[in-house]
Design a protein around this ligand. Structure first.
Ligand SMILES: [Cu+2]
Length: 121
């Protein structure tokens, strides 16, 4: 076998591998195993982000990394709804995965503000 033949064989193997990995990421994939992390900061009467849209996959693990100047509560308008308390300082909250596509508001009722809108699809 000449060097050229060897290179060609190698190219065929590489192409086949690339096609295989492409085929493995179709649209019917289960929820990404990667956790969606959303950083949220409460400071006085303000919260950041403030009404921003965030894409998440159905069933994806969602984590809220909260920094707050005082303790409070977050309301998630999923079905069923979720209420999550956080402390002053840093708190990491894990949401129950959302299994229905749609837009889910994440709010602070105390501030009467929408923190993020989860676009679940
Ligand atoms: Cu609410």
């Amino acid at each position: 076998m000449t060097i050229t033949h060897l290179a060609r064989r190698l190219a065929v193997v590489v192409t086949a591998t690339a096609l295989l990995s492409l085929a493995a990421c179709g649209d019917d994939d289960p929820a990404p195993s990667e956790t969606k992390k959303i950083a949220i900061t409460f400071d006085g009467d303000t919260v950041t982000p403030n009404g921003e849209r965030v894409d998440v996959a159905v069933g994806q693990k969602i984590e809220l990394d909260i920094t707050a100047d005082s303790a409070g509560e977050i309301h998630v308008h999923s079905n069923p709804e979720q209420e999550l308390e956080y402390d002053e300082g840093s708190t990491t909250l894990t949401l129950d995965p959302i299994e229905q596509p749609g837009v889910v508001d994440v709010e602070s009722h105390h501030l009467e503000q929408t923190i993020v809108q989860l676009e679940v699809k």
